[in-house]
Write a protein that binds this ligand. Structure first.
Ligand SMILES: Cc1ncc(COP(=O)(O)O)c(C=O)c1O
Length: 379
């Protein structure tokens, strides 16, 4: 057994060697500001352009629709604040299980929280009932960071387009945009924005074997945003600041790899996921799998062991060499039970008996067997 088994890929992913190699030139040899006029800097600007094109390719977007940000949080904040500040007094609707990077900015405005099912899924028809004539933005994450549920984004987009049509007929000229946070999804799912029907999408380098604090917001051609960072006018004035060239090149390489490998990786991880679930039933019978069985990220395992203290369990697992989480990394230090699990109708006691194990490129069947063995012995 390796000394350490990492099962917290939803919190952070190690950078891929190819990402590090792609980034390396831009720290020293090619350190120039891409806005400078000499030839060496123009070469760097060319690299920024091709990174943008690579990302646009996977998004099915135009390069001008890609806005580089310093991570997923910033992209989410730009989407929510950027739209809501354009339409003072208008409403935003977000699901109850969004990451805080969406929930917290949304709470600054007139907002509606959309409930989810016990499996952690948003039902488009339920969502429809929460949208009124003043709603300008709906933000529903593509895949959840705790329980891994995959939301029916395409169906939500179709439902919203019906509302848009009705609004046009009624003479209501307020837009109705759909934002999705694809931080956890980009390694496993199709992120083509036209196929999905989204207007705004968040990407996050730190979750796809790229650098932390790198990300992008897809901003569809018809969407106008209030910039959150004012200055030199980079990123079509939507996000000023000298480009993090190494970072955005790393993000593009990471996304390219993740999207190219996704089918293969989904297949491999789904097998491990099913194996874990089957074995868990046999070896740890009281344990329950949370979230959806059918609409779930292939790398996510989220379990409740009734009566267990999840903080103690995480420490026991850590002592045995297994790194995993009690919930989202950002809420790991908070005492309150997970808002995601509570929104799914779980009791606070069960939420505090729950563990998140998230697999990734380095996870093997031996890691899963060993983890099951340790879980069994912890009973
Ligand atoms: C779904 C989701 N959105 C946003 C974020 C925030 O990303 P970051 O902390 O990298 O800015 C995370 C990170 O865990 C996430 O899982």
């Amino acid at each position: 057994m390796p000394k350490k088994i990492y099962l917290d890929y939803a919190a952070a992913t190690p950078m891929d060697e190819s990402v590090i190699e792609a980034m390396r030139p831009f720290w020293q040899a090619e350190f120039y500001n891409p806005a400078a006029t000499y030839l060496a800097a123009q070469n760097v600007a060319q690299c920024v352009k091709s990174a943008r094109e690579k990302i646009a390719h996977w998004l099915g977007a135009k390069p001008a629709e890609v806005v580089f940000t310093a991570g997923g949080t910033e992209a989410d904040n730009l989407a929510i604040n950027g739209v809501m500040q354009r339409f003072p007094g208008a409403k935003v609707a977000v699901s109850a299980i969004e990451h805080d990077a969406v929930l917290q900015p949304a709470k600054q405005y007139d907002h509606t929280i959309i409930p989810v099912s016990a499996q952690g899924l948003v039902d488009p028809e339920t969502l429809r009932k929460f949208i009124d004539n003043d709603t300008v933005l709906v933000s529903i994450m593509y895949a959840n960071n705790e329980v891994g549920t995959i939301q029916p984004i395409r169906r939500i987009a179709l439902m919203l387009s019906e509302i848009r049509q009705a609004r046009i007929k009624a003479g209501n000229d307020l837009p109705l945009y759909l934002h999705t946070d694809a931080s956890q999804a980009a390694g496993y799912l199709d992120i083509h924005t036209h196929r999905l029907g989204v207007d705004l999408m968040t990407l996050n380098g730190g979750k796809i074997y790229g650098p932390k604090q790198t990300g992008a917001l897809f901003v569809g051609a018809g969407v106008t945003l209030t910039p959150q960072l004012l200055g030199g006018g980079q990123e079509r004035s939507l996000r000023s600041g000298t480009e993090n060239v190494a970072g955005l090149v790393g993000l593009a390489q990471a996304l390219d790899m993740a999207q190219n490998q996704k089918d293969q990786e989904v297949k491999r991880l789904s097998e491990l996921q099913h194996y874990f679930i089957d074995q868990l039933k046999l070896l740890v019978p009281p344990a329950v799998i949370n979230g959806s069985r059918t609409h779930r990220l292939a790398n996510n395992l989220h379990i409740t062991i009734p009566g267990a203290d999840n903080e103690r369990l995480v420490m026991q697992l850590d002592e045995a060499g297994i790194m995993c989480a009690i919930g989202s990394a950002c809420s790991a230090s908070k005492e309150a039970p997970s808002h995601v699990l509570m929104a799914m109708g779980m009791t606070a006691a069960d939420a505090q008996s729950s563990l998140r194990l998230t697999m990734g490129r380095q996870t093997t069947k031996q890691h899963i067997d060993y983890t099951l063995k340790i879980l069994k012995s912890s009973l």
